[in-house]
Design a protein around this ligand. Structure first.
Ligand code: ATP
Ligand code: MG
Length: 300
């Protein structure tokens, strides 16, 4: 079945005219940790036990007549970090953008196949795109805070999606900033403009903004490429913390970063998924010659 992009307006099932009253506890609940995660906090090597959050099947994508992605098959494991790697132009961002329907904004883009999030096809015309983007948050290469206060950046999503008491909203903003490891740096300047923060702080603010609406999946497209090494290290530490609660997909050109932060790696080349598996395996003993050449820096 071919899915043409639907309009970006809300079309869907969720009635947001009467949002439910929610509390921060509902949105940022303690992670319901499966026992095997408790037993193996870093979980590498245990992926046979991971549940699948997102199943990508027979997925193809085009821009006009140009086919950018070919027959992608990939299971994205729950509460793990999956790294998308591959040379420029291989389709990493295209796939990420389909997962939260950002490609709806590109008139020439179309796709076919399925992106199954717990039995729901994300490409379906009936899906509520606004609600999807709450459940599947996205962090971009260049930090993009709104030209608003630090507080209002984080409160933006909850105000859009939920009805909350003022005190609860304050609590949610604090919890989100704490989870994004930014609270201590901004707690005395919440009413200041977000644009006055450093690039690394802005990126953590964007992560706090994504977290504040209680997403299940976080997509990060080269989130550190505009940051200095110290800010990059902060974001990498943050990703290590966040993976206990969220399913994360990160696109990166930095092989050391992919090896450091991810549990699973998927290598793309010219629009095809060449190989995926445990990061440890992909980086030490890849099955495919192209993967080996790419991770050892011989091309790309
Ligand atoms: N809006 C668009 N219109 C037409 N073609 C596009 C568009 N966006 C991407 N493409 C093409 O689709 C292919 C995949 O692009 P994509 O941005 O997904 O690659 P990428 O792997 O993210 O690359 P990079 O590592 O440079 O970010 C490329 O050939 C690109 O030129
Ligand atoms: Mg890209």
């Amino acid at each position: 079945m071919t899915h043409l992009p639907a309009s970006t307006s809300s079309q869907g099932k969720t009635d947001r005219s009467q949002p439910a009253l929610v509390t921060p506890e509902v949105l940022i609940a303690p992670p319901a940790r499966p026992t095997w995660i408790a037993a193996a906090p870093h979980a590498r090597g245990s992926d046979d036990k991971a549940e699948t959050t997102l199943r990508i099947s027979s997925f193809c994508s085009w821009y006009g007549a140009f086919q950018a992605l070919h027959e992608i098959e990939l299971a994205v494991p729950k509460r793990r970090v999956t790294a998308f790697i591959g040379p420029s132009g291989c389709g990493k961002s295209t796939l990420l953008r389909w997962i939260n329907r950002m490609n709806d904004l590109v008139p020439s883009a179309r796709a076919q196949g399925t992106l199954d999030l717990h039995g729901e096809d994300l490409l379906s015309r009936s899906i509520d795109v606004v609600d999807l983007r709450r459940r599947v948050g996205m962090v971009f290469q260049k930090p993009n805070p709104f030209p608003k206060s630090i507080y209002d950046n984080v409160a933006f999503g909850p105000r859009l999606h939920f009805r909350m008491r003022r005190g609860d909203l304050d609590g949610l903003v604090e919890q989100s900033l704490r989870q994004a490891a930014l609270w201590d740096e901004v707690k005395d300047r919440l009413k200041d403009s977000a644009l006055g923060l450093s690039g690394g702080q802005q990126q953590r603010l964007c992560i706090a903004r994504a977290i504040a609406v209680g997403p299940e999946v976080l997509l990060m497209d080269e989130p550190c490429s505009a940051l200095d090494p110290k800010s990059t290290a902060r974001i990498e530490e943050l990703i290590a913390d966040l993976r206990e609660r969220y399913t994360i997909i990160i696109v990166t050109h930095n092989m050391q970063q992919a090896a450091r932060v991810s549990d699973v790696t998927a290598f793309f080349f010219e629009g095809r998924l060449i190989e995926d598996g445990l990061t440890e395996h992909i980086f030490t003993n890849p099955t495919n010659k192209q993967t080996d050449e790419y991770i050892s820096g011989r091309f790309g």
